[in-house]
Design a protein around this ligand. Structure first.
Ligand SMILES: Cc1ncc(COP(=O)(O)O)c(C=O)c1O
Length: 406
């Protein structure tokens, strides 16, 4: 901690010490992480927003990585690549509708930036509409879609970006015009506390985009790869976006990789100059092998069925807790295992993060709606562990209620 404070961030160390969460990730396996020094063990229900969908160090991912390390490395980002082609083919097979082409990146922010570049290049327009409180990353264009608090300290804002309330079709209609290049939403906005949109929200958004010749970009960086009980969250709303972005879990928690998936006509943006966008580490060949293994595991019908069985369990368990803790618990926001614990006021999220930690569960509040605690268990937990997690959540809610004198 002393070294971290000295060479990285004294403020972060001071913050975690002040809230009594002085935990340093040591050994990790499956759903568990252990403190580097002590016996403390946490069940990871934060999962870095889906990076650890398959748990920590999934044996199949480790096997694939080790096997390919004997032959592969990053590769060359300018040249034709066999692993990249194989992964892109798999992405096309698994992507909704007529999405056939993929461009790889390293981080989610990079992949979002590219989606926005493609939308502008394809439409020749500049306006981008996003949701207030949404989060698409802290890189250039992604940052510009987000809230002012994250961009204002860093100089002039980029022109052409507009935010509207999430799940508000009239607000969207009022902003759509002949300058609109794209509308971008996280299928379920995580940093906004997992609000679940109306069932017809996305079909209305899609219609509005079609009416105005704008593109619909869905950010599936958290909702993708089985989190919601289908491979992609947008499938649950019966729509096909123009661009789908994935990241986080695609890494298997082992090798960073992200992807911007497009209809083939959108790929035409690069026809004049196919080298106009490049990423040195994007689609690194060793990462492609890892991502292929992730897709194989995450698209397995038995795996998705398991996610849905767990989701049904958590739904029932939270319903019972609601009658037990009405002073603090409002309810569960849920689509599959994309879950947010909604509570009565904005102090509850931070306090529950602490009482969850004290009860052996890692779960972090939503930064843009602190009434909500993001609750994202790994998708591979068994029912017995799900039950144990809920016993711990029960105690954590009671501790938080007492702490807040509710
Ligand atoms: C929905 C969503 N989009 C984009 C990002 C940015 O991803 P990255 O941190 O890999 O740039 C995140 C990261 O938390 C995210 O949750």
């Amino acid at each position: 901690m002393e070294r971290f404070a000295r060479y990285l961030s004294p403020e972060k160390v001071a913050f975690f010490q002040s809230v009594g969460i002085d935990f340093v990730f040591g050994r990790r396996e499956g759903p568990y992480v252990w403190d580097v020094e002590g016996p403390r063990r946490l069940i990871n229900c934060h999962c870095n927003g889906g990076v650890f969908n398959l748990g920590h160090r999934h044996p199949e991912i480790i096997r694939v990585l080790k096997e390919n390390l004997s032959e592969l490395d990053i590769g060359n980002h300018h040249f034709i690549s066999e692993p990249r082609a194989r992964l892109a083919k798999k992405m096309a097979e698994l992507s909704p509708g007529d999405i056939t082409n993929t461009i790889f990146g390293v981080s989610g922010g990079e992949a979002i930036d590219l989606a926005l570049k493609v939308a502008r290049g394809y439409t020749g327009r500049h306006k981008i509409i996003s949701a207030s409180g949404a989060y698409h990353g802290h890189t250039g264009l992604a940052l510009a879609t987000g809230d002012a608090k994250y961009r204002d300290p860093f100089g002039p804002n980029l022109p052409g970006f507009v935010q509207i309330p999430f799940n508000d079709v009239s607000a969207l209609a009022a902003e759509m015009d002949e300058n609109t290049a794209a509308v971008i939403f996280e299928t379920i906005p995580a940093t906004l506390g997992m609000p679940i949109p109306d069932p017809d929200f996305y079909s209305n958004v899609k219609k509005a985009c079609e009416r105005h010749g704008a593109l619909l970009i869905v950010d599936e960086i958290q909702t993708g790869l089985g989190r919601t009980g289908t491979l992609w969250g947008c499938e649950q709303f019966g729509i096909v976006p123009d661009i789908l972005v994935t990241g986080k879990g695609l890494s298997g928690g082992i090798y960073p990789i992200s992807a911007t998936c497009l209809r083939s006509d959108l790929n035409g943006v690069f026809s004049k100059d196919p080298f106009i966008h490049i990423s040195t580490f994007g689609g690194a060949e060793i990462g492609c092998e890892v991502a292929l293994a992730v897709l194989e595991l995450s698209s397995n019908p038995d795996f998705l069925q398991h996610v849905n069985a767990l989701a049904a369990f958590f739904k029932g368990a939270f319903k019972s807790l609601q009658s037990k803790h009405p002073q603090i618990l409002v309810g569960l926001r849920q689509l599959g295992l994309m879950m947010g614990i909604e509570m009565v006021n904005e102090m509850c999220g931070p306090v529950l993060s602490k009482t969850m930690f004290d009860n052996g569960v890692l779960s972090v509040y939503a930064n843009n709606d602190t009434r909500v605690s993001q609750f994202l268990p790994p998708l591979i937990i068994d029912m017995e562990l799900a039950e144990e997690i809920m016993q711990r959540v029960d105690r954590a809610l009671e501790d938080a209620r007492r702490m807040l004198e509710l």
